[in-house]
Structures are given as structure tokens and as C-alpha cells.
Ligand binder design. Structure first.
Ligand code: AHR
Length: 502
């Protein structure tokens, strides 16, 4: 057993947590919408056609905001096709599927209200532009008395939807994108769109597209050029990242959260560089609106299916224990950048690289990655702390020398802390001291671990609970704080109640 120590102090604070970093994503892709959240013939479907079994799991997962309708799908989408009584079938060029449009914006908003999540909508800046975007916003958010706002009322929604968070397009730099743009083209269209949208509803929050991936040769230059146009108009720059297990080696794969951290810091540098060039005190915030592990079910748009199927099985990644540990590590990284990352979306929610899987007409179950996400989304609130971590280290090809222990902590309120720890050591368990210094005496501890001997274990329809968090009984109250044993290759959550707390 090796020793490790984390110091937390109430004066070492990072930022107030914006809980919109616990967002997810619903795209018209594969079976995310159809057979995912929406399946009118399912035995649990409600009067809207929403699967109640999925809705219950979504509530348990605890996302705060959900991005919709894409993704790549967004860049060819006509929002008008998804509202009102006429729902035309269309070819979806993003995923070579047929879109029935049976589910659209109003259904999504209704579903969000039932799931108690905030909607995050996107406007199509691929095949369309500023005019459609302003009309879409008017339809959604304008109270009434104009053709578009009255159309919403006619469609059964007398109250404006009040959608605050809007994405100005999706991954507009990607060669795979429908009507990809150069940075200059995108910068201009995003700026003009933002201008019109703010004139209609000054309360909207707008995210401009950053690079789709760090490996693109345009990364950095894209951000710089896009910000030349959008800096004064956007509140957020988006950032996307999917973790790959390229060396098929857990030691390397577990470095993914460090790469995510590096990527965030690089994007912040470009944003602040642009601010410096403009002598601006504005600090651009980041919307990490697509992130997840994704390397097994990489088919998707690259392996086009014949005959334009409806709701095909696409990107149905089956997650294992090591994927869940990486997702836990990524949540730690997001928390540790909470001063600049103010929104983030685990991509996606159901079936498509999702924490929830379903059978058509049958069961819904939790994938391994469900657990770290639900634990953090349900526990983290308040102030994010800056933990000082003393840990042994190891060398990786992926990210150089990294610590075996990665950790984040939040002060939930005056009497409660939550600490999240990833032990990436594959050989040695860790005896961990949590030095709580200025927080005073600990009254109560609850600790959970997600671990196992086989990093490739998965949850399936027939064995849905193979991987799940268990209570860690080793946590003990000490004068300095808490001592706890952390197993090898483990994700750990510790809730600490301080004296005077409940
Ligand atoms: O989440 C899957 C896809 O990944 C999204 O549609 C796209 O934005 C990204 O490339």
C-alpha cells in the first residue's frame, strides 16, 4: 500500500460551481431520440410518447442541461420540420439516415420540463444561417403577437419556452460537417446570427464553435480567427473531445483526463490572447459541450448503411469499467477548471455513446459510465476547492509524467464537503489522508468506490449490475480529517459532514 495525501482548505477556493457542467446531449442520431427517450409504443410510454423507464434513469443520472438537436445533424436541420402537425420525412446527410421528424423542438422542451433539465438548443449554421436562427428564436422565446410566436401558440404552447443557452452551429471546422466553413466564413455568420438573436432576446447566452478536435491541423488558428469576429458577441467558446484508448493500455488510457486538462488550458490561452490583443478584460468562458469515451463503436457516418434507415443502431458503444474510470477522471478535470468551464455535455444520453442503453419495446439499463456521472452530478454544488495532491507518479507516452491520484473537491455548504478521487495505480492500493485543516472536526463520512479486478467488465441487458459503486468501509475519522484506503484502479466518492452539520 502506498501513501498519498490531499490537503483541502476553505481558503483554497477555485470558483463557484456552475452546475451546467453536468449537461448531456440528445442528437437525432441512431437510437438516441427514437427508441431512446421517445418510443410511443413502449409499455412505459406516457401520453407524449416519452419512455418513462428512460426518464426515471435520466432523473437518477441527474444532468442539469441537455443539448439538442445535434451534433452533425444540426447542420442540415430545418427546425420547421419538427413543429406543428405536418412532419415531413427527410434524408439526414449527417448520419445517412431517414429523419421522421416525429420528435421536434416542442416535444424536446416538454421532455426537458419532465426531466427537470434546462434545454440547450443549437441553430443550423451549415445549410442555413442568421435568418432561420432569428426565426427559430422568435418562435421559441417571443411572448406573442407575431406570426412566429403565435404559430407556437397554435401548436399548443401558449407560454414562451424561454430557452437561454444557444449553440451557434456545430463543429463548423470539421470536413465531415454539412456545409463546413472556413474560420473567416464561420466567424462572420456566427457574429451576424448572434447580433440578431440578441436583438430579439438580450437574455440569451451564446456559444461559438471552437475546434472539433485538438488533432485537427487548424486547432488554435481556428479559435484565434473565429474570436476575431465573435469575441464581443459570444459568451462561450465550445470545445469537444472524445477519449480514445489508442494504445489499448489502461495506464495510457487513464492519462486522458490530463490531456483534457491540457486542451482546456490551450483553448483558454488562445481566448485570453485574443482578449490581450483587444486590451479587453472580458474572459471568454468555455462550453465543453461534447465529451466522452468513444473508440469502439466508431462506425457511424464512416460506415454508411444502405437504404437510409430510420433510427439505425449507430455509435452504440458498450462501456466497461476502465471507461467509467476515465469518465470519472474527466469529471475531476471539469471541476478543476470550473473557473473557466461553465457548461459541459456528456455526449450523448441514450444508446448513442450513452450512459443509458435501451431495447426497443424492452428494458433500459445503466452503462458503467452512468455511475461516476450520476454521483458527481448529484453531489457537486457550491464552491470548487483547489486540492493540493501529494501522490506518486508514473510515466506515459500520452501525457508525460502524471500522478497516480487525481482529485477534486467541492464545499457543498458550511458543513459539507464532497471529494472525488481517481486512483490510477494498477498495482498498489493507496492509504489516503485527507487533511481538512481549517474545516474543523469531521462528524460523519460516507464513501463509495467503483472498482473491480477486470477492467473490461460491462453492464448488459442480462447482467445490468455487474459494475456498480459499492460502499467503502475503510473510511475513518481522524484528528486531521479522514483516512481511507483506495483500491487499485478505482473511482472514489467521499461525502464528509463537518461538526454542526446534519
Ligand atoms: O456525438 C457524436 C458526434 O460527434 C456529433 O454529432 C458531432 O458533433 C461529433 O463529431
Amino acid at each position: 500500500m502506498t501513501k498519498s495525501r490531499i490537503i483541502l482548505d476553505k481558503d483554497f477556493t477555485l470558483a463557484a460551481l456552475d452546475r451546467r457542467i453536468f449537461g448531456t446531449f440528445v442528437e437525432h442520431l441512431g437510437r438516441c431520440v427514437y427508441e431512446g427517450i421517445f418510443e410511443p409504443d413502449h409499455p412505459t410510454a406516457d401520453e407524449h410518447g416519452f419512455r418513462k423507464d428512460v426518464l426515471d434513469l435520466v432523473k437518477e443520472l441527474g444532468p442539469t442541461i441537455v443539448r439538442y438537436p445535434g451534433g452533425n445533424f444540426l447542420s442540415g436541420y430545418n427546425w420547421e420540420d419538427g413543429v406543428g402537425p405536418n412532419r415531413p420525412k427527410r434524408l439526414d446527410l449527417a448520419w445517412f439516415s431517414t429523419e421522421t421528424n416525429l420528435f421536434g423542438t416542442n416535444e424536446f422542451i416538454q421532455w426537458c420540463r419532465l426531466a427537470s433539465v434546462e434545454p440547450m438548443l443549437g441553430v443550423n449554421l451549415g445549410t442555413r444561417g442568421a435568418d432561420e436562427a432569428r426565426k427559430f428564436l422568435e418562435y421559441c422565446n417571443f411572448a406573442g403577437g407575431t406570426a412566429l410566436s403565435d404559430l407556437r401558440k397554435e401548436h399548443g404552447f401558449p407560454e414562451p419556452h424561454g430557452v437561454k443557452f444557444w449553440c451557434l452551429g456545430n463543429e463548423m471546422d470539421g470536413p465531415w460537417q454539412i456545409c463546413r466553413k472556413t474560420a473567416a466564413e464561420y466567424g462572420r455568420i456566427a457574429t451576424e446570427t448572434a447580433k440578431l438573436m440578441r436583438w430579439i432576446d438580450p437574455s440569451v447566452e451564446l456559444a461559438a464553435c471552437g475546434s472539433s478536435a485538438r488533432f485537427l491541423t487548424t486547432f488554435g488558428a481556428w479559435e484565434h480567427e473565429v474570436l476575431q469576429h465573435t469575441f464581443e458577441y459570444a459568451d462561450f467558446l465550445s470545445i469537444h473531445l472524445y477519449f480514445d484508448n489508442q494504445f489499448n493500455d489502461p495506464k495510457e488510457f487513464f492519462a486522458s483526463p490530463d490531456l483534457m486538462d491540457l486542451y482546456i488550458k490551450e483553448v483558454i490561452s488562445v481566448c485570453d490572447g485574443v482578449a490581450a490583443e483587444r486590451k479587453s478584460t472580458k474572459r471568454m468562458m468555455l462550453s465543453f459541450d461534447e465529451w466522452n469515451v468513444w473508440y469502439k463503436a466508431r462506425g457511424g457516418r464512416f460506415s454508411r448503411q444502405p437504404n437510409w434507415p430510420e433510427a439505425p443502431h449507430l455509435l452504440e458503444e458498450v462501456y466497461d469499467l476502465q471507461d467509467a474510470l476515465v469518465v470519472g477522471g474527466a469529471l475531476i478535470t471539469l471541476l478543476n477548471n470550473a473557473d473557466r468551464v461553465k457548461a459541459a455535455c456528456l455526449a450523448q444520453l441514450v444508446n448513442v455513446i450513452g450512459p443509458i442503453m435501451t431495447d426497443k419495446g424492452g428494458h433500459a439499463w445503466r452503462q458503467t459510465i452512468f455511475f461516476p456521472f450520476s454521483q458527481v452530478a448529484n453531489l457537486a454544488k457550491g464552491t470548487v476547492l483547489r486540492p493540493i495532491v501529494h501522490s506518486s507518479k508514473y510515466e506515459t507516452i500520452t501525457a508525460g509524467e502524471i500522478a497516480h491520484v487525481s482529485a477534486s473537491a467541492v464545499q457543498r455548504d458550511e458543513h459539507e464537503l464532497a471529494v472525488f478521487i481517481l486512483n490510477r495505480d494498477l498495482i498498489n492500493p493507496i492509504s489516503m489522508e485527507l487533511d481538512l485543516r481549517s474545516f474543523g472536526q469531521v462528524e460523519k463520512i460516507e464513501a463509495y468506490e467503483l472498482t473491480g479486478k477486470d477492467l473490461l467488465s460491462t453492464n448488459t441487458r442480462d447482467n445490468p449490475n455487474a459494475v456498480r459503486p459499492m460502499v467503502n468501509t475503510t473510511a475513518a475519522i481522524e484528528k486531521f480529517g479522514v483516512r481511507i484506503d483506495l483500491k487499485t484502479q478505482s473511482w472514489n466518492v467521499i461525502r464528509i459532514v463537518l461538526r454542526g452539520g446534519g
